[in-house]
Design a protein around this ligand. Structure first.
Ligand code: SAH
Ligand code: SF4
Length: 370
């Protein structure tokens, strides 16, 4: 109807919605509510998630969908696509790892990293602008919390990384995703789960759930919810301390979710899901790297199907602690291995500059903008 179309063209919508926010079922519901047969969702989904279209204006769809797209998607219309703007890119010496500072629609900036090593490509995404958890050694924690990301803003980071990968290594698939960028994923549970449903959808980006890792500072209710909902993703828990005292000095929310309770929640998670849990441990000189701490950690994790990832500390502006020396780190690793735990060092993956999450943003002084 021409009159109808004209109305839609000239009235700017007070509430615009992202077409990258909904998962597949949500997109079907949107089309249905808009009077378009939901069977068209597949074509729209394919354009958005499989092809990674940055705009829909140049696409051709079957007439009912085409008419709806023309009427409803774009500047000043009811729906928009999430397409964050790259404001900075840093490349590792070998070019395979790239870190992006992306600007969202409201001007907030977040970081996304595309990592390439040993023929595997992994994207590390942010789930919040800033973080409320305040870990003392973390550049994002030092910024404080700004806001949660919407599902579409999480999905769009993966789409961006995949687009870049296609130019760096044409034909290579982006197979792995880690939620280890800025923010605490389980503090933004609903949006993260919705985004992961979209990202793992076989008709779209199609990163398998077993290749998606959620990293948490130890939000107990979130860990239990993952188990109860049988979410199919990998779980990584950032521990960094073997006693409440040791841990809370680095991870202040350790006071809210004490270590014995956290370990009990992990046990529950393991029992319900029968899955291995990854434990992350940032080694800091004199703080959490002694042989006694390693032995206590091994005891703490008794009977948990655990893999321990040791992370060398990346220096940040707001923290004076230092990286453990190599010998101390190896000793720590050997104690855990001798206790029967797989324990590996996380590679730095060729990022030579501004490596840790939040560091690029911190360096650029583009902190809180609200
Ligand atoms: N909020 C989640 C996920 C993002 S942080 C979490 O804390 O798990 C991802 C990992 O990077 C965490 O294990 C975190 O402790 C670690 N990390 C953060 N800043 C770091 C730094 N400066 N050096 C080394 N590891 C760091
Ligand atoms: Fe937040 Fe994770 Fe950084 Fe802690 S380490 S402040 S939880 S992003």
């Amino acid at each position: 109807m021409p009159g109808d179309a004209a109305l839609h063209c000239h009235v700017s919508h007070p509430i615009q919605r992202s077409l990258h926010d909904p998962d597949f079922a949500g997109l079907q519901r949107i089309l249905e509510a808009e009077g378009v047969n939901p069977s068209h969702a597949r074509a729209l989904w394919g354009a958005l998630h499989r092809e990674g279209a940055l705009d829909l204006a140049s696409r051709s769809f079957l007439p009912p969908l085409q008419r709806w797209v023309e009427r409803s998607v774009g500047e000043g219309k009811a729906f928009f696509l999430d397409a964050p703007e790259v404001i900075e890119e840093i490349r590792s010496d070998d070019e395979l790892t790239r870190k992006f500072l992306l600007r969202l629609r409201d001007g907030q900036t977040i970081e996304t990293v595309l990592m390439g090593y040993a023929g595997r490509h992994t994207v590390c995404v942010s789930t919040q602008a800033g973080c409320a958890m305040g870990c003392v050694f973390c550049a994002t924690g030092q910024m404080g919390f700004v806001r949660h990301l919407r599902p579409g803003e999480i999905v769009a980071q993966v789409l961006h990384a995949r687009r870049v990968l296609q130019t760096v290594a044409p034909g290579r698939r982006l197979r792995n995703l880690v939620l280890m960028g800025m923010g605490e994923p389980l503090h933004n549970y609903e949006s993260v789960m919705q985004a992961l449903s979209s990202i793992s959808n076989p008709g779209g980006i199609s990163i398998g759930p077993a290749r998606i890792a959620i990293s948490t500072v130890g939000v107990i209710p979130g860990i239990l919810r993952l188990a109860e909902e049988r979410q199919p993703y990998k779980l990584a828990v950032s521990l960094h301390g073997s006693t409440d005292e040791e841990r809370s000095a680095l991870v202040p929310v350790g006071e809210r979710w004490p270590l014995p309770d956290l370990i009990e929640a992990c046990r529950q998670y393991g029992k319900i899901t029968e899955k291995r849990i990854f434990f992350e441990w940032t080694l800091i000189d004199g703080k959490n790297d002694s042989p006694e701490t390693a032995a206590r950690l091994a005891k703490l994790l008794t009977n948990i199907n655990a893999h321990i990832n040791l992370i060398p500390l990346n220096p940040t502006g707001g923290y004076t602690g230092e990286e453990s020396d190599a010998g101390t780190g190896r000793q720590f690793q050997h104690i855990l291995q001798a206790s029967g735990f797989p324990c590996t060092f996380r590679q730095r993956r060729g990022i030579d500059v501004a490596a840790g999450c939040g560091m690029l943003k911190a360096e650029r002084g583009t902190k809180r903008q609200v």
